[in-house]
Ligand binder design. Structure first.
Ligand code: C2E
Ligand code: MG
Ligand code: MG
Ligand code: MG
Length: 286
């Protein structure tokens, strides 16, 4: 296996994995044409303001319905897109779609609504990213505070200096920043303190057992305390039960995201969801 070859070569060099290699090549060529074939779609998962129950915002999550392969989950195709340079054009498309859609919700009167976009490590190595985002915000007339960019710890650590400069520029523009999947992988508290984050998103794996596992509960309690000291807000991911919701609210988490409130949905369904639940500033009118 070639040292630097990535999955692609790994599969090609293993005859017994021929089927996987075929699959992989089908995925790569399918992804390469997914944009022009209009097979990509953004779904939006609501984020709930826990103290008030209003809709704080939504995370944009990419969906690919391939004509040959059917629905392929982002956990499968994003790493492939990253390994083949395809995440750059795809990431550009996601950013523009998300900003266009955020402007739509702001225009509907949800002026505090925040749309979150996931960034890949490769996007965070491009020193032109902040300027690119500024250009899109300008093109659609979206205030920067209505956009949040989510990065993971490993995303930031891949090239700390460039990532830091980009995040600093974005933060100074007024774009919000979140650290995603907090509590997984190689956590670096140094990155947390140094980068201009606004939100910590606690990973689903930590939220899962809080009702029964005292240790997970203790971890979340201390993350909330740490966030308070750093002046950040805490978003709990993967909230599935009312018991988890009550506990997270009691611990002082600010926002919640998970199947309990709503699954990732089309923008039309998000329109209806907002009408039913109300935005953060529109409580009582819903
Ligand atoms: P993520 O950013 O941590 O997104 C949250 C994931 O958790 C989503 O999976 C969402 O559907 C899922 N989820 C939300 N609530 C619940 C719940 O209550 N229970 C369970 N079991 N799962 C829940 P999804 O959509 O499959 O996305 C997976 C990952 O793919 C994302 O994790 C993100 O890292 C990546 N991704 C998705 N869209 C994009 C994109 O546009 N760009 C980049 N670079 N990455 C993306
Ligand atoms: Mg995310
Ligand atoms: Mg993630
Ligand atoms: Mg996450």
């Amino acid at each position: 296996v070639a040292k630097n070859g990535g999955r692609n070569q790994y599969y090609l060099f293993q005859p017994q994995l021929k089927t996987n290699a075929d699959n992989y090549m089908t995925l790569v060529s399918g992804l390469a044409s997914a944009l022009e074939r209009r097979e990509l779609q953004l779904h939006f998962q609501p984020q709930i303001d826990l103290p008030t129950g209003g809709v704080y915002g939504a995370e944009a999550l990419l969906r690919w319905h391939s004509s040959e392969l059917g629905s392929v989950p982002p956990g499968v195709f994003i790493p492939i897109a990253e390994a083949n340079g395809l995440v750059v054009p795809i990431g550009c498309w996601v950013m523009e779609e998300a900003i266009r859609q955020a402007k739509h919700w702001v225009d509907q009167g949800y002026e505090d609504f925040v749309v979150s976009v996931n960034l890949s490590a490769i996007q965070l190595r491009d020193s032109g990213l902040a300027e690119h985002v500024a250009g899109l915000l300008d093109k659609y007339g979206l205030p920067p505070r209505n956009l949040c960019l989510e990065i993971t710890e490993s995303t930031a650590i891949a090239d700390v200096e460039t990532s830091y400069q980009i995040c600093k520029a974005l933060g100074e523009m007024g774009v919000k920043l979140a650290i995603d999947d907090f509590g997984t992988g190689y956590s670096s508290l140094a990155v947390l303190g140094r980068f201009p984050f606004d939100f910590i998103k606690i990973d689903r794996s930590l939220v899962e057992d809080i009702v029964t596992n005292k240790k997970d509960l203790a971890v979340i309690r201390s993350v909330v305390a740490l966030a308070r000291d750093l002046g950040l807000q805490v978003v709990a991911e993967g909230v599935e039960t009312a018991a988890q919701h009550e506990m997270l609210r009691g611990l002082g988490c600010h926002e919640g995201q998970g199947y309990l409130y709503g699954r990732p949905m089309s923008r039309e369904d998000m329109d209806d969801f907002l009408k039913r639940k109300g935005g953060c500033g529109q409580l009582g009118t819903a």
